[in-house]
Design a protein around this ligand. Structure first.
Ligand SMILES: [Zn+2]
Length: 373
């Protein structure tokens, strides 16, 4: 399993305020402008652009061109230099032939070089369908069944629409290209079947009460998905617990880790939990997952415990623990936060012949599927 995948699953995404923002917003998917702005490099000391492109100013007027490789550097007074020529503000690279490369990565659509406060920020401006082609294989295994890829494409598109409509990252762009949003590296991860999955679900998004849904997914639920209420304390009507043993094929359906209790003490100490030599450790369970770990009487909320000990050590929030001398044995189920779509379950349902709509409706009960365009 690759690192980007793991990080995305284990990032404790907060659902705080998501629902209230949805309810107070008047935005709808039908008024959605299908372009996205991705902040591909932020506040860099230099950027390397390569391609055959016209340079435009912020109003779309042609102010130059590049053919080949060019270095962009921040200059005084909110200016920047590109190939040694100084420009006053934002410069848009509009490729005439093929794609633009930024720091040796290829991107579809246009790229902007923006003089930001601490340097230069590169923003990729492209159609949402082109973006989804770039993220599908970043979030799942490239070899998975086409119906699983279609389900992932719809999740990725819904995530991006939700973000742009309800919670854009900042004034310069809608999404980060990292685990903070969805991992996106331009063209590099596209393949024929990912592109087919995107094309065959074009414009399809998940909707709840006419608004883009807040979608969450994780690698392996281990037997039951978890509700948003249980994991994040926020009730979400379609993020409820459903049974799933379809993820049995995942290497982390069941797991165990043997740790030195003294090492765990050190990690907890570094995270601000002073527990001393571990004499007693137990878990406090909620409906389907562990709510907290109690170490020598000190109660540590489970996400904080996993963060302190390591998301790559304690793979999920569904585990038991036993102590023998200085040896701690954790035995657990699943990988990730457990909320929303179980991706290994999704893969296995696709192999069993279920289509992407059936799969998404199973994990997200009550969700509507709608074509935006
Ligand atoms: Zn599962």
């Amino acid at each position: 399993m690759t690192v980007f995948l793991v990080l995305f699953f284990t990032t404790a995404i907060s659902a705080d305020d998501v629902l209230s923002e949805i309810l107070k917003s008047e935005a709808t998917v039908t008024s959605f402008d299908p372009t996205l702005r991705i902040g591909i490099v932020q506040d860099a000391a230099e950027l390397i652009f390569e391609g055959d492109a016209q340079l435009l100013d912020g109003d779309g007027r042609m102010i130059g061109a590049i053919q080949g490789r060019c270095r962009a550097l921040p200059a005084a007074g909110g200016r920047q230099t590109i190939c040694g020529i100084e420009y006053p503000g934002t410069v848009v690279f509009a490729p005439k032939f093929r794609f633009m490369s930024v720091n040796n990565r290829l991107f579809r659509g246009r790229v902007e070089s923006i003089r930001s406060e601490k340097g230069l920020t590169a923003v990729n401006d492209l159609h949402i369908e082109e973006y989804v082609r770039g993220v599908v294989n970043k979030e799942i295994m490239p070899g998975w069944h086409i119906e699983a890829k279609k389900a992932q494409a719809v999740l990725a598109r819904t995530y991006a629409v939700h973000k742009k409509v309800l919670r854009p990252r900042n004034a310069l762009f809608d999404l980060e290209p990292t685990v903070l949003d969805q991992v996106y590296g331009g063209l590099e991860k596209e393949d024929v079947s990912a592109n087919q999955a995107v094309a065959e679900t074009r414009g399809e998004v998940l909707v709840y009460r006419d608004l883009p849904a807040a979608v969450y997914f994780h690698s392996t639920c281990g037997g039951h998905t978890a509700s948003a209420k249980e994991v994040w304390g926020t009730e979400m009507p379609y993020l409820v617990s459903v049974p799933c043993d379809y993820c049995k094929g995942s290497s982390l359906y069941r797991w165990s880790r043997v740790l030195d209790a003294r090492e765990v003490t050190k990690k907890l100490d570094a995270a601000g939990y002073t527990v001393g030599t571990i004499k007693k450790i137990a878990v406090e369970r909620g409906a389907t997952r562990v709510a907290a770990v109690v170490v020598n009487g000190v109660r540590i909320e489970v996400n904080q415990f996993r963060k302190a000990v390591g998301f790559m050590t304690i793979y999920s929030n569904d585990f038991s623990v036993s102590l023998s001398g200085h040896t701690l044995t954790f035995s657990g189920k699943g990988f990730g936060h457990g909320v929303g779509v179980c991706q290994y379950g999704m893969a296995s349902l696709a192999e069993k012949g279920k289509d992407w709509r059936t799969i998404l409706r199973y994990y997200l009960p009550g969700i509507e599927i709608r074509k935006m365009y």
